[in-house]
Design a protein around this ligand. Structure first.
Ligand code: TXA
Ligand code: MG
Length: 529
């Protein structure tokens, strides 16, 4: 079959497309959500051909599209008040309602069901074609079954060229994911598929709406879904897709340690260059509409790029994000990676950071000791030591080429500029050492990682930390601890305390504050970790 491609979308082209539909042909049409593969909803043969062209399982029912409200009455046996209120609020638009089906709707449209799905799209071309055809149009998304829904005419052509009569090119779809599907055939209205109309919007009209468990969880074997479409793996590129929860930092950490040939990432705008494997972005992190708009187009690109595995930054599941998350879960066949939590652990001198580190180690965390790391990177003959002696003079080394710490400290803490120089040489090496240490030592029994480092807020290792734990104690208490521990004079101990940033500085940067002083109980302070 030669698939016609209508690009002008003028009256004569749309009339021709409508004629084809009336005569039982299949035409892909643009809607505001995704492209639909339309057929005359009253023509059994035409509807059957849709299943064939898409390779769609024949038990997966279709949505019937109308252009005027009165067109719903022949399709349903009941149009309850709640449905009317929804239509009033959201039609035309990306909302599909499931209602009791009339006998006029052929069984092929909704096999084995007593209900029918109806939607009034807002796209002007879709509306015009329905109007010109003068019949409701049954239309699933115009993709090969299982692949991401098409949001451009080119996507449709890639999937269905030669299998359908025509494609009407109406440009990029605005919403980008399929309509919200809600059933009003149950006691309490129930969301079956999230989309452009959000749960909040539905509840603003209906009051409470149930969310079907299949929206965000995998159905157990043998459980029949409320919406047959929800049981299929869907929206998927050829690559294995993994959703990765957590921050960009933990995402990068995962990629750093896991990446193989053929791995790619799907991330948010602006993150592409930060991620060390080829990456595509799907919108702004805080603009959920932009993510919905781009998601399917980007998923399709991974096929062109021959990706083997795709790691996806998990989107927010608020508002329209629920629709995006729902599609990604299916693209990933529910493979969600929760990356290792990495805590930074710090505090002023004498606050009891090491004690806390010890307790967290007993709780099952892998502890990275910042002092050990700092010493390891300046071992005799190390590149860092070489750089330091170039920067600060070879008299920081003794005759054997070992670092004389006091000599380095004297020079490096003389001016702010010198201190920064020291940090710029040592910190990247300490970070790399720590990451390598984690990779070598972390196993599945660990609860997470704790990086114990006094100067963590100064260091670039903090970008790997999901959260910062700050241990606090009053100054008097800290002084007493230093005195009994380090055998310093009171003056020397005070100097050490005053050389550090004040308590406020630490508190402002803390995600978790641990109070290590009476009357608080340290194990209780750490209870949630
Ligand atoms: O935005 C959309 O809804 C697009 C455009 C073309 O309108 N259409 C679309 O159709 O996404 P399709 O067939 O890809 O998805 C329809 C979904 C399927 O998950 C199907 O199982 C469900 O709606 N559905 C259809 N009729 C149903 C019914 N009577 N009861 C429960 N679920 C139904
Ligand atoms: Mg579909």
């Amino acid at each position: 079959m030669n698939t016609k491609f209508y690009k002008k979308c003028d009256a004569s082209e749309l009339t021709e497309a409508a004629e084809t539909l009336k005569n039982g042909g299949l035409v892909a049409i643009p809607t505001e959500t995704v492209y639909g593969l339309a057929a005359n909803a009253y023509n059994r043969d035409a509807v059957s051909k849709v299943f064939e062209a898409k390779g769609r399982p024949t038990d997966n029912p279709m949505i019937v599209h109308i252009s005027k409200l009165e067109e719903i009455y022949p399709l349903v046996t009941d149009f309850p008040e709640k449905a009317k209120a929804l239509a009033e609020a959201f039609w035309p638009g990306p909302l599909t309602m499931i209602l009791p089906k009339s006998d006029l709707v052929p069984r092929e449209v909704a096999p084995k069901l007593e209900t029918v799905a109806v939607r009034m799209p807002s796209h002007p071309i879709a509306r015009k074609i329905i109007e010109l055809a003068g019949i409701p149009l049954a239309a699933p998304s115009a993709n090969s079954s299982g692949s991401p829904s098409p949001t451009t005419a080119q996507h449709v052509l890639n999937d269905l060229d030669g299998k359908i009569d025509a494609i009407v090119d109406g440009g990029e779809c605005d919403v980008g994911i399929e309509s919200t599907v809600i059933t009003l055939a149950t006691e309490v209205p129930r969301l079956l598929r999230p989309g452009g109309i959000t749960v909040d919007q539905l509840e603003s009209v209906l009051g409470h709406v149930d969310v079907d468990p299949a929206v965000v969880s995998e159905l157990e074997d043998g459980v029949a879904p409320a919406s047959p479409g929800m049981k299929y793996k869907h929206y998927s590129p050829k690559a294995e897709v993994y959703i990765v929860e957590g921050s960009l930092e933990s995402f990068k950490f995962l990629i750093d340690s896991e990446a193989q040939e053929g791995d790619m990432a799907l991330c948010f705008n602006g993150e592409e260059n930060d991620i060390p494997i080829p990456s595509l972005s799907f919108g702004d992190e805080d603009n959920l509409e932009s993510q919905a708009h781009l998601l399917f187009a980007q998923l399709r690109k991974f096929d062109e790029l021959k990706a083997k595995r795709v790691f996806v930054r998990a989107p927010s599941s608020d508002g329209v994000g629920l629709g995006v998350y729902n599609r990604l879960l299916r693209a990933a066949a529910f493979k969600v990676i929760k990356p290792t939590v990495i805590y930074g652990l710090t505090g002023q001198t004498g606050a009891g950071k090491s004690t806390v580190g010890q307790m967290l180690s007993e709780k099952g965390y892998l502890i990275v000791d910042g002092d050990v790391a700092a010493r390891a990177v300046v071992e005799k003959g190390s590149p860092v030591l070489e750089e330091l002696s170039e920067a600060f003079g070879s008299d920081i080394l003794d005759r054997n080429g070992e670092l004389i710490r006091s000599a380095l400290a004297k020079k490096a803490f003389a001016t702010e500029e010198a201190r920064q120089k020291l940090n710029s040489i040592t910190h990247p090496a300490v970070t790399k050492w720590s990451i390598d240490f984690i990779k070598e030592n972390l196993n599945e029994n660990h609860k997470g990682v704790v990086i114990d480092a006094a100067a963590i807020f100064d260091s670039d290792i903090q970008r790997y930390c999901t959260k910062m734990i700050v241990v606090t104690a009053p100054e008097e208490e800290r002084l007493a601890r230093i005195l009994s521990r380090d055998g310093l004079s009171r003056e020397a101990a005070m100097l050490r305390i005053k050389a550090q940033k004040d308590e406020q500085y630490y508190k402002e940067r803390a995600d978790i504050l641990v109070r290590n002083f009476a009357p608080y109980d340290l194990s209780q302070e750490l209870e949630l970790l």
